[in-house]
Design a protein around this ligand. Sequence first.
Ligand code: AHM
Ligand code: MG
Length: 330
Amino acid sequence: MYTLGEFVIENSSHSTEALLRLFSSIKLASKAIHKEVNKAGLTEKIIGNSGITNVQGENQKKLDDFAHRAFIESFKSRNVVCGIASEESENFIVIQKKQENDFKNQYIVLIDPLDGSSNIDVNVSIGTIFSVYIRKSPIQMNLTIEDFLQKGNQQILAGYIIYGSSTILVYSTGNGVHGFTLDPSVGTFYLSHYNLHFPKKEKIYSINEGNYAKFSDGIRKFIRYCQEKKENRPYTARYIGSLVGDFHRNMIQGGIYIYPKTASYPEGKLRLLYECNPMSFLAEQAGGKASDGKKRILDIEPTRLHQRTPFICGPTGLVSKLEEFMIYCE
Ligand code: AHM
Ligand code: MG
């Protein structure tokens, strides 16, 4: 059975040393979070709000804060990352080089340390979403915002970790999508899902239908299409409100995830840099498609760190179908 490290050595399409250093940080922080998540009901440290309102104007949970700090500390201690932008922090964070002439730490990390926060206190799967780029500015200069505002098609690594019935890390470097399950008894991630692909037959649609009255005509029509008794439909509805969990299930079982514009979120709810770009990179690597309704997510030029976008992601045929509904009805 391959460990994550062994697999990276044999299958990376990027500098193996850099990837091993990056994964060493990601594994360390994710194991710390796994440990805390698993005793959430037993400790005041994890359940509930931290008392802070984050940059999005949302109540930060204690676990959001714990996960943010775990990843920052973990990346700081390895000589590979020069800057991090986190959904939990207003501005990007600069990581100082350990030695002046060190040229290894040229990587930029964008991260949602704990996605699906509303599910923390109720024992439903939550996750981490991460995304890695190479800095654009010369390594001798200070980092600039442009180092972080790169199009999703420039990612060299994207992935997520789900803290669910088991803890699983899924990633792609542009060479397929692979999943590794944590064996907590030895603290090691082992290859469990090789070369994940959306199956040919679709059967699921995932959208917060409670917002139906706030959706556009195109989205409402598509929901009715999914519910129609025709061909291989109706599809089943599944929505847990943790993007990581909804995406993972849909990639394995065949389903489309939709978070469109609503009256409450006129630009969409999900964050382009921390959530949509990494998930879109994985979706395309798994043979699927990701769009904002009109445009490929990975081709969007970011203008702000915490930018939001409408998000549609899943099997190519189904995403294209929804795009058609949106063009003709909106
Ligand atoms: P978060 O980053 O604050 O946790 O918000 C993102 C989450 C996604 O994981 C999930 O798909 C979506 O928000 C659910 O939103 P809603 O409760 O509006 O359906
Ligand atoms: Mg999130």
